[in-house]
Structures are given as structure tokens and as C-alpha cells.
Design a protein around this ligand. Structure first.
Ligand code: AMP
Ligand code: ZN
Length: 455
């Protein structure tokens, strides 16, 4: 049984997919106006661990991620400039160039962190027609109104608006500053924004309401509904998406399709930097993956904390993770994979324990501690330890394979010479050569199929 924390109910619940063996998963992707920082990447690591846990449990995961290439304004609440247009102007490039460059970089970051790619990345701009259709439906059903700068969703028309909110989000709403005087309620959000009259945008489209571009919260509803159907199983993102972005996605689906968008909503806590401050561009405290020597040590660091806990990033914390991961790699390299198994029951016990931890709302810190524990357990043979770690690594994604050791030419030649001496029954010479090989730090073992050299 898999148990997951569902933000929608604020409880840890048993997870069961809608279709028997398939889990449909949607994760909000990046706004590709700049490099992703390692705070953003924390969220993608959490989602990757979730996906791997589902796969470990035998589910086939259908995973979709959007790429925001239009409509995300500098404030998540539809104020300010479009992040993409702003970045293009600053870098003196076209929006398309910006999108291509940062999307490529984002995918490279995912690869470096050994994050599995979704089945599809879908750009917001690929779905403009579908977004217009959704807004038309909302309009027909009476959920929209027009202001001088766009078409807005009237949240007061939807009694269930804000179902995702807990106490914190309710309080945040009360303190939300109203900047757009034409909005009927502070939480109303833009579905379609008109292009400014005095400025030519690079990305704009004709619509029944005038030339403009879609609001940020519409793309995810359309992309998810089209690729996965509604309701689907799990929708994820960072914790900051609860109050606005995901709340507004839910509202549109509820209003347009009379359906819940997803059954489970999961959110990863923030990566915090110095003084417990959230890592973020506006805070001026960002670090990117290229600042980190070994990207997998950042993945390791993420596994040491629960996804629902804040993770503190510092020089010391990443250095600690780097040392631990290297130690783990060393221990794995020392394992003798030609040893004989000795305790299948104990091995099974470790496997069950691992499953209990990961299925308990992704308790990776415990799963990682278990790995260290089994390495120290003398009742397991090396091969059993190695097989367990290979199995666990399907979820850890740390590439914990034994390093292929390259045997130098010289040693191979000595070994061949020894084999020749053995066949000629010159055992004295064969023994001398064996000694020489051992002095050089290698051992040789004769097997039915020939000799094996080990470091
Ligand atoms: P964005 O590209 O701004 O849409 O953000 C991409 C993802 O990163 C979103 O799911 C955010 O919630 C998440 N995110 C942003 N800052 C942080 C942070 N400091 N720690 C963890 N996740 C974050
Ligand atoms: Zn989204």
C-alpha cells in the first residue's frame, strides 16, 4: 500500500490510481526565461522520486510536464511584465531563442540529476487554440468578466474556489494587496491578457476578445486535460503553487469540465539558503547546478530530507553530501560481487523494510539510512548487499553501480604469460608471475572458462 500526503485533504491517504496499473501524473514545468536554480530543481527531484516509487511498485507512469513559454508574469498574480518578453528584451534576443536556449539547459540539468524525462514536454504556445476554447467555455458558463486589460475568472461564481487552501493560504488571501483596481475580487485571475496598446509583443495571438496572450494558469489545465484526461491521478509542484497557480487550475477545471482536475495534489517544500530565506531569483540568493561540482551529490542531499521539509542549502551541507556519496560509492566498489549469497530471508527483510519506508509518503531519509545499515550488516554477503543497493537505486537514482575497473595492458600480458606457463606445466614460472601480478595490486583467479583478473 502506498500512502501519500494529499494537500487537497491535508492528510496522508492511501493512494490508488484511477486505472488499475497506470498512474497519470502531471508536474508543472519551468518558465524558461532563465537558468533553473537549485531550488526549482529540488521540486523536480521530489517529483522524480515520486515517479520512481510508483514505478518501483509496478505502476506504469504516464507523465506530462509543461514548458511555460508565454504568459507567466513577474508576479504570479497577473501583474507586471511577461517573464519571457522581459528576458528577450534584456538579452536582445527573440523569445523563441530564449525559449530554445533555456529549455535545452533545463533538460541538461535534469539529465545531470538523473531525473527521468516525462513522456512529453508540452509548450504552452503549442496549445493556444485549446486555451482559447477553454476560456470560451468558461465565458459561456458565466464565469468570466472583462476589464481594460483582459478577461478574468470571477472566483465568486465558484463556491468551491480555494478547496486547496489550508489556514495559511486563507490568511495570505486576507493580506493580499489589490493592485488591479478593476478586478472584482483580489483572487480573480487573468484568463486572457490583451497586448499593451503602446508596445509590440513578440508572442501574441488573435482571439474572440482581441489580440493578446493566455494567462499562466490556463495552460496547465488544458495540457493536462488533453494529454491525461480528467480527473487524472496526481498533480505536483512546489509549495508556492498551492495558493494561486494550482488553486486557479482547479477552479477552471471545476467550472469548465464539472470535474476535479486531479485526485492527489502533492507539493514539495522550499530549498532555503542563508537565514532560512527561500532560494529565489528575487531574493538574489540563487545557485545553479553548474555551481555544484558533482550534481548527484545535490540529488543525495535532497534524499536526506523529506520532501515536505525545508532543505537548508549551504557550502557545508553540499560538502557533507558529497563526502557521504563518495563514501557510499567506495563501499560499493569494495563489495565482492563474486561472493555467494548467504541469507535470502534477511535480504528479503531489508527489501520489505525499504518498501515500507518509500511507500510511507516517500520517506527517503529512512530509506537512505537503511542502505548504510545493510552495508554494515555481517549477516549479508557482499553480493546480497550489492543486489539490494542496485534494487534501491531504482528509486534513489544515484547511479550506484560498481565502477568498471580498467585492467592495464601490462597486467593482462603478465596474466596471459602465466596462463601459457600453466599450460606448459611450468608451475614454478606460473607462480612467480602470479606473485608479480599481486605485487602490482591485482589478483588472478582460475575458473573453468579461463582466468579472471581483479583489482
Ligand atoms: P518556475 O520556473 O518559477 O515556475 O518554478 C518551477 C518550480 O520550482 C515550481 O514548481 C516552483 O514551485 C519551484 N520552486 C521555486 N523556488 C523554489 C525553492 N526555493 N525551493 C523549491 N522549489 C522551488
Ligand atoms: Zn502548472
Amino acid at each position: 500500500m502506498i500512502k501519500l500526503y494529499n494537500t487537497l485533504t491535508r492528510k496522508v491517504e492511501e493512494f490508488k490510481p484511477i486505472n488499475d496499473k497506470e498512474v497519470r501524473l502531471y508536474t508543472c514545468g519551468p518558465t524558461v526565461y532563465s537558468f533553473a536554480h537549485i531550488g526549482n530543481l529540488k521540486t523536480y527531484i521530489f517529483e522524480d522520486v515520486l515517479k520512481r516509487v510508483l514505478e518501483y511498485n509496478g505502476y506504469n507512469v504516464k507523465h506530462i510536464m509543461n514548458i511555460t513559454d508565454v504568459g507567466h508574469l513577474t508576479s504570479d498574480e497577473d501583474e507586471g511584465e511577461d517573464k519571457l518578453e522581459k528576458s528577450a528584451a534584456k538579452e536582445k534576443k527573440t523569445v523563441l531563442d530564449i525559449v530554445e536556449f533555456y529549455t535545452k539547459h533545463f533538460k541538461e540539468d535534469l539529465e545531470k540529476l538523473n531525473i527521468e524525462f516525462p513522456d512529453r514536454f508540452i509548450k504552452a504556445t503549442e496549445t493556444i487554440e485549446d486555451q482559447i476554447e477553454l476560456i470560451k467555455t468558461l465565458e459561456e458558463k458565466g464565469y468570466t468578466y472583462k476589464t481594460s486589460d483582459g478577461i478574468y475568472f470571477d472566483t465568486s461564481k465558484l463556491p468551491s474556489y480555494g478547496v486547496l487552501w489550508g489556514e495559511k493560504e486563507q490568511t495570505d488571501l486576507i493580506s493580499r494587496i489589490e493592485e488591479n483596481k478593476e478586478k472584482k475580487h483580489p483572487q480573480d485571475f487573468a484568463l486572457w491578457k490583451f497586448s499593451p496598446k503602446d508596445k509590440k509583443r513578440q508572442m501574441e495571438w488573435a482571439s474572440p476578445w482581441g489580440i493578446g496572450f493566455p494567462g499562466w494558469h490556463t495552460e496547465c489545465v488544458v495540457i493536462a486535460a488533453k494529454a491525461l484526461g480528467v480527473p487524472f491521478d496526481i498533480h505536483c509542484g512546489g509549495i508556492d503553487h498551492i495558493s494561486v497557480h494550482h488553486t486557479n487550475e482547479i477552479a477552471q477545471a471545476e467550472a469548465a469540465y464539472n470535474s476535479r482536475l486531479a485526485n492527489f495534489w502533492m507539493h514539495g517544500e522550499f530549498l532555503v539558503a542563508k537565514d532560512d530565506v527561500k532560494m529565489g531569483k528575487s531574493k538574489g540568493n540563487i545557485i545553479t547546478l553548474s555551481d555544484i561540482e558533482d550534481p548527484l551529490s545535490y540529488r543525495y542531499l535532497n534524499l536526506t530530507a523529506h520532501y515536505k521539509s525545508k532543505l537548508a542549502f549551504s557550502k557545508e551541507s553540499i560538502e557533507g553530501a558529497r563526502i557521504s556519496l563518495n563514501k557510499l560509492r567506495e563501499k560499493i566498489n569494495e563489495l565482492d560481487i563474486n561472493s555467494e549469497p548467504k541469507s535470502p530471508e534477511l535480504k528479503k527483510k531489508y527489501q520489505n523494510q525499504f518498501l515500507d519506508f518509500i511507500n510511507n509518503d516517500l520517506d527517503m531519509p529512512k530509506a537512505l539510512a537503511l542502505t548504510w545499515e545493510l552495508l554494515k550488516d555481517d549477516n549479508l554477503s557482499d553480493i546480497e548487499k550489492y543486489e539490494l543497493i542496485q534494487d534501491f537505486d531504482k528509486v534513489f537514482g544515484l547511479k550506484l553501480k560498481k565502477e568498471e575497473i580498467k585492467i592495464p595492458e601490462e597486467i593482462i600480458n603478465l596474466a596471459n604469460e602465466r596462463e601459457k606457463a600453466r599450460q606448459e606445466k611450468n608451475f614454478k614460472k606460473a607462480d612467480e608471475l602470479r606473485k608479480l601480478i599481486e605485487e602490482k595490486g591485482y589478483s588472478i583467479k582460475d575458473e573453468e572458462t579461463g582466468f579472471v583478473i581483479k583489482k
